[in-house]
Design a protein. Sequence first.
Length: 317
Amino acid sequence: MILSNCGGGGGNSYGSDGNTITGSSTSNPSSGSHARASTFGLTGDAAFDSLTQGSKWSLDSGQKLQIAIADGTSGESFNPIGLFQQRWQQVFNNIEEYTELEFENLGNFQSINAATNAGADLTLTISGSYSGGLFAGPYIEDALAQAGLPSKTDNLYNGSQGDVILNIDSTLVDMASQSTGDGSRFFYILTHEVGHAMGLKHPHAAGDTARSIFGDPDAPQAPLDSDIYTVMSYNPDKYGDSSLKLYDPATFMIYDTIALQMLYGKHMSASSENTIHTLDYTNYYSTIWDAGGTDTISAAGSDKDWHLKRVTHLSLT
């Protein structure tokens, strides 16, 4: 069972970010031990193809993806580091709840190269639109963030596959100063970028690999291109949102969860017994994954009205 829990509100679109270029099978080049990435073509499943970019991490049995945080290209650093470390870790904790993936946190490094050489597969770092910055240029200077796909050919730097780069010269700084918590715009964007780093794409963009988009035959319907169904969407839910602190997704949403499970397997021990899932008004959206048992969705004790809606076209193979 996958349940998206609507805790009220929605999100807003926020600008350009991850690329959609498929590269050949590769590993992050460094002296560290890295996960390998592989590419795959169109599967014939329009729903799956509309959610995925065409590359994924390919892990050996028992291998973990390694994550890290690194100071920026010009010495910028995260402050307070503990806060950003916790938020970065939480995104991957969420993925572990849904999939067979496991992650190891290598900690904080003074440079991207140091993190890469230590074996990091996915590194959170920062840069800007200044000359020599990773956001310099007419197309990308206003972007809030960007992410490297698992396999790509246009490396920004050595080992940029899977890395997430935040733009300190964008409004993302104000978003982070408002809140980095669950439901905040900042955490939504961070989750979105990790989605790219794991192989997910925008539902509205076919990319260079000519993949399906929402609204295509046999793909999810165009109105489902919304943040309450996938964090990879640029579209807010119908209620809109003016808050940077509340009402955005706090986890990957229902379509993202299905796509990640198809890429990396289902976590079949998650809530595998009989479970009562209580609906709470949390001021953010979240997804519940339950692998088995006889389950109950309860609104007992809630002082809010709840509307349960069965989302159509979730029959991904």
